[in-house]
Design a protein around this ligand. Structure first.
Ligand code: NAD
Length: 694
């Protein structure tokens, strides 16, 4: 393995270069390397000043998060010890910064005596984004360098700022144009004989002090939602005004440790790791060659086809959009244009960008347009016969090597692949509504999907800024399969005694973006009704209507018909509880001999969320999902699961799997209980072994 640190001297200046790909994360080996190199420079009488630098990509992007909670994290020198050592060095240390300089990397730079940087270097303290505060003296150093208010904004906001914005502050001694290290060495020679200036000895100057802090507390408190970190960041920075440097650092450390134990930070760190893990596919080598996607075809310009098209236009990839009839095509194009124009009205797009993007769509009624596309995504009606016609035609017209994808919500991708003579090129690319907004992309891997088709789809997902998760083939894939259990649990609660508004309220209080009945009204109740009718017909039985079917029979499909579970006033989206819904529910209970009982909000949450967890466990043991964190990503990015709970599987880990098992057993033992309440074997096994999903 190559050394993470290199050392050279240029005249009287020692140059220490951090070189640990990809971004110089400050793991134990790098920390030791830096400390050893500084010691060497310190001991060499010919060295008068020290330049500490990184690569063009990163000075350092911060602590090594994979080290958190492992013995390496504690290995000396830890980051605070290293920064303290650098600061106490008797020869001036100059941080020479290019690329990312974030978190612990930024704290290390602030421990140096001087900082020089390229104009576009990115400086920031993003710890708040994983529910933490900067724990290596950053909250005490930054206000000493740029003042209280600016430091607070960076700490609480977490977003990086370009180095050039700090010109003229003690944070940045010189902007370098040209070669960074040459410039830094020249600067080092200038300051070599000057007395050492240490950040810890500076005073925080802030004329507004307390008054500003009170205002900031109110603002940050109102915006922090369920997260404790923003206010803790604020208090840590505030200490720099009233406490000594050392006391401020001690309190910062305590705050950091407390946040590290918080469930919210655990959830956010889990999500951070989950997004990285999801890009690694078991059995798929990282160097799998990719197919080039320069032009995309979309079949169907309805709700999904239009949104899917926008993803590619936004990424500068031309799209051929096909419909059956001119009116449908015109309608689809108009919706896309209206969406862009609305973004332009909000100032998110320039008017010329609207035209640029619209200029990338080629509308067509003919499959001739599909001859030269590299990828086609089918988004026609959810009906196997219609999909069959489309895929047979695509197989005839598309060039060899084109990827043939379906956006189906439930249908079997392996079956769809049989409609072509190239099943290796067939894959599911399942977008979520609205497809131009929702971050999730479920990539459905068929039994015969070729490795490079899978790898290309993953890379494409990244290009169009989606969180891509791989799913195996099953009814509804990861997300909708779990949603079915969640919906059934909610339905069971209605039957037993709850009302839609109570269930939605309880789950929204838990943190779900929208309760299941509001969500149903938004998506349209007719879709589920059609599915249930189809499944009953396929099974050769008569559909036994549930309350949702009764609503549909009454013409209540949700928001689009002005009423569903709730009623809606014209032009408004606020759900209003409705007596007719309550009457249908009462009738249903009476017809089925159910005496309603009182149901607590806690029971609503337990049943609905544990139903998700139990189905997630089955999905995991069947190998439909490669890892529990993939399931969490699906729910977080496609179904409005609250980020501060980390996804259903992490939530189960935090509740304790034995507790989940106990609750499921209780539900399963109730008279007439559905067999899906039986705890999944994997869940039982993990709980018995004292293990977690994650
Ligand atoms: P939609 O009814 O809004 O749009 C379907 C469009 O396809 C219509 O404009 C129709 O004219 C067109 N079409 C039908 N047959 C065609 C054919 N043979 N050739 C060309 N165009 C044809 O439906 P949607 O909601 O956009 O759903 C499309 C697909 O996406 C379905 O498979 C659905 O399950 C899936 N999906 C839907 C959602 C959702 O929330 N709506 C989410 C994910 C996936």
């Amino acid at each position: 393995m190559s050394e993470p640190v290199t050392y050279e001297t240029r005249g009287p200046v020692a140059v220490i270069k951090m070189d640990k790909p990809p971004v110089n994360s400050l793991g134990a080996a790098l920390r030791t390397g830096i400390a050893d190199a500084v010691e060497r420079a310190q001991a060499d009488a010919a060295v008068k000043a020290i330049v500490l630098t990184g690569t063009a990509r990163a000075f350092s992007a911060g602590a090594d998060v994979t080290e958190f909670g492992t013995p390496n994290a504690a290995r000396e020198p830890n980051l605070r010890v290293l920064i303290d050592y650098v600061e106490r060095t008797e020869k001036p240390v100059i941080a020479a910064i290019a690329g990312q300089c974030l978190g612990g990397g930024f704290e290390l730079a602030m421990g140096c005596h001087y900082r020089v940087a390229l104009a576009d270097a990115q400086l920031g303290l993003p710890e708040v984004k994983i529910g933490l505060l900067p724990g290596a003296t950053g909250t005490q150093r930054l206000p000493r360098l740029i003042g209280l208010e600016a430091a607070l904004n960076m700490c609480v906001g977490g977003s990086p700022v370009a180095a050039e914005k700090f010109a003229g502050t003690p944070l940045l001694d010189k902007l370098i144009t040209g070669d960074l290290v040459d410039g830094a060495v020249a600067f080092a020679a200038e300051v070599a004989d000057k007395p050492i200036r240490r950040v810890r000895d500076l005073k925080v100057r802030d004329p507004q002090g307390e008054a500003f802090l009170q205002f900031a507390r109110n603002t940050v408190g109102a915006m922090a939602g369920p997260y404790p970190a923003p206010l803790k960041c604020l208090e840590a920075v505030a200490n720099s005004l009233t406490k000594s440097f050392d006391d401020g650092c001690k309190l910062e450390r305590e705050g950091f440790m407390a946040l590290m134990q918080s469930p919210e930070s655990r959830a956010l760190r889990h999500i951070f790791g989950a997004e990285r893990a999801a890009t690694k596919i078991p059995g798929l080598p990282e160097n799998t060659p990719l197919r080039e996607i320069k032009k995309v075809g979309v079949i169907g310009a309805g709700t999904m086809g239009g949104g899917i098209t926008m993803n590619f236009l936004n990424a500068g990839i031309p799209v051929v959009l096909l419909e059956m009839k001119q009116e449908a095509l015109d309608r689809g194009l108009k919706t896309i244009r209206t969406n862009y124009e609305n973004s332009a009205k909000k100032g998110k797009l320039k008017p010329e960008q609207v035209e640029q993007r619209m200029g990338l769509v080629t509308p067509t009624l003919s499959y001739d347009g599909m001859k030269d596309v590299d990828l086609v995504i089918e988004a026609v009606f959810e009906n196997m016969d219609v999909k069959e016609t489309v895929f047979r035609t695509l197989d005839e017209v598309c060039k060899p090597g084109a990827i043939l994808a379906s956006n189906t919500s439930y249908l079997n991708i392996d079956k769809i692949a049989t409609f072509t003579k190239r099943p290796g090129d067939v894959i599911g690319l399942h977008f979520f509504s609205p497809a131009n907004v929702m971050r999730l992309l479920e990539i459905v891997r068929g039994a015969q999907t070729a490795p490079d088709v899978l790898a290309t789809s993953l890379a494409l997902g990244k290009k169009i800024k989606k969180v891509a998760v791989i799913s195996g083939v099953c009814d509804g894939f990861i997300g909708n399969r779990m949603l079915a259990r969640y919906g059934a649990a909610a339905q069971g609660l209605i039957n037993a005694g709850a009302l839609p508004q109570q269930i939605d309220g309880a789950l929204q209080k838990f943190g779900m973006a929208m309760g299941p009945f509001r969500m149903g009204d938004l998506a349209g109740l007719d879709i589920g009704w059609a599915t249930r009718k189809r499944k009953a017909a396929e099974a050769g039985v008569e559909l036994k209507p549930i309350v949702a079917d009764k609503l549909c029979e009454a013409g209540r499909f949700g928001q689009k018909t002005g009423a569903g579970w709730y009623r809606y006033e014209a032009g408004k989206r606020d759900p209003i509880p409705d007596a007719l819904t309550e009457q249908l529910i009462t009738e249903y209970r009476a017809a089925n001999g159910i005496t309603p009982r009182t149901i607590s909000d806690a029971e609503v949450v337990e049943r609905c969320i544990f139903a998700l967890v139990n189905e997630g466990a089955r999905i995991l043991e069947e190998g439909i999902a490669a890892r529990a964190s993939d399931i969490d990503l699906v729910y977080l990015n496609g179904y409005g699961f609250p980020a501060h709970r980390g996804g259903p599987m992490l939530y189960a880990d935090m509740v304790g799997l034995p507790n989940v098992v106990r609750a499921l057993r209780k539900f399963a033992a109730e008279p007439g209980a559905d067999k899906s309440w039986q705890p999944a074997p994997l869940l039982l096994k993990l709980a018995a072994e004292g293990k977690n999903f994650n």
